[in-house]
Design a protein. Structure first.
Length: 204
């Protein structure tokens, strides 16, 4: 499941390729934080910002541009002085990859909208052609509530497909057709998300 915990774990795993014996503890803490930060955009649901908007969930904060900016800020603020001289580029590369890994994992999930990797220059959303990762509930109460997780697993996914109704959508979802966009029934129900589903039922 692509949750804050698994995003942080992915960043820590990446860190092993960049760390050495002199790596300070803040390196690991900041790497995990960078991997989780992109989901700060969930506040868009509370603010009434449509899901498909560049400032919506999986929008600008999941982009490569955002990853580059955040990595630069982290290095400038937390890694200054002679102790890190000559290691700045290596540190930047790690924090960039840690942040960008969030969008990469989200693009392999089986629900929600795609990821705006190239925002703010291009607001199109993208998924990878394979979706082995279970999408995580957006609301913390749904994530931590054990009974809620059980209900979530037991409820079927809704599927909207171009040129077909719910029945055809279910068949395509079961067959893994690329024409089908599956979305868990507990996906966000903001007005923006509903409008998006009506206008673009089969976006990938």
């Amino acid at each position: 499941m692509a949750s804050a915990f698994t995003h942080a774990a992915a960043a820590l795993a990446l860190g092993t390729a960049f760390a050495d014996d002199e790596t300070p503890a803040r390196f690991w803490a900041l790497g995990a934080a960078c991997a989780a930060v992109p989901d700060i955009d969930v506040v868009a649901f509370s603010l009434g910002i449509p899901y498909e908007n560049v400032l919506g969930h999986r929008g600008l904060t999941h982009s490569l541009f955002f990853a580059a900016v955040l990595a630069s800020l982290v290095v400038l603020i937390f890694f200054r002085g002679p102790a890190v001289r000559g290691r700045t580029a290596r540190l930047w590369a790690y924090f960039f990859l840690a942040t960008a890994s969030h969008g990469v994992l989200d693009a392999m999930t089986n629900g929600g909208l795609g990821v705006a990797f190239f925002a703010p220059f291009d607001d199109r959303r993208f998924f990878f052609p394979f979706h082995p990762i279970q999408v995580s509930p957006v609301r913390p109460s749904r994530f931590f509530h054990a009974r809620g997780l059980v209900r979530r697993r037991s409820r079927p996914e809704r599927c909207s497909c171009a040129g077909g109704g719910p029945a055809e959508g279910s068949k395509l979802a079961a067959s893994g057709s690329s024409r089908c966009s599956t979305e868990p029934s507990s996906a966000p129900h903001s007005p923006g998300a509903r409008r998006f589903r009506r206008r673009f039922p089969a976006i990938r």
